[in-house]
Design a protein around this ligand. Sequence first.
Ligand code: SD4
Length: 343
Amino acid sequence: MSNPQNFVLDRRRLIGAGAGAAATAGLAAGAAAETAQPVKLQLPCVVSTWDFGVAANAAAWKVLSKGGAALDAVEAGARVPEADLKNHSVGRAGYPDRDGHGSLDASIMDQKGDCGAVAGLEHIAHPISVARRVMERTPHVLLVGDGALQFALEQGFRREELLTPESRKAWKAWLKEHRYHPVANSEVRTYGKDLGTPGSKTNHDTLGMLALDAHGDLSGACTTSGMAWKLRGRVGDSPIIGAGLYVDNAVGAATSTGVGEEVIRSCGSFLVVELMRQGRSPRDACREAVQRILKRNVARDPDFQVGFLAISRVGAWAVQKGFSYACCDAASQTRIVESESFS
Ligand code: SD4
């Protein structure tokens, strides 16, 4: 198998490997864009949201390129931004809630339709691995808050301080402003000088990762610290199966990033997969899901953003303006797709 090829998108371009079946669509302040040509699927492959997905993909690729399972790949991939102290939207250094508590959400789903998730998990740096334990070692799907922490500790996970000095500083800076206005997505983050330029490596959001392994099995993972400065106890889409993540081995998989409330209200990732089941391409399915949110949310916040990423067995690449993703597969060909806008 050839070496992994990782490609990063800037906010206008998608750089994809010449094989695969993935698509994104999203909206940024009410506008979204996408374009794609159908391409043939080549196994294995992995795609993930945002530019930090490149490092995550490399970890997933290590598993996939040796013939490993998609489930192991997405867990390995998700653990990368979770451990990255420069990443303030996933894992240990994620920005806290408005009261200063770092709490994490994650979900994982495999080719059998089995799934596990944790929400509002504090003091544990790798929620994706706890989510996998929930899936594999309990009869349940979702554990929350103190119960999730108790389970994680019983499973041998280490209790640690999630906040880094940097994320604490950012929280203090936000507190000074005396405003309660949680935001998601790099393009609209405005609090503190240390958040990084919008779109920069240090200023991105949820990791959603979808992988198709050499055996033809799909799995997905989604991990986040949620919206910075959220209300304590607020849970976004990422740990909700069908919202932030959905996998159906016969059809495809989808994941999301952005304002989780909108994705939950629309059962976003489930919707994308169901649309693909009906014969829609990943691109059209993502676009339709975005358009439904747009239609429903008439009085939306002008900053509000949602993006979907999907992978199918017979799909196409696509991307929308203002939302990047990283892909990795064994193809020798690469291509660049310029996005175009619609609203
Ligand atoms: C949430 N969807 O908690 C996550 C946050 C996110 O881009 O993805 N931001 O709502």
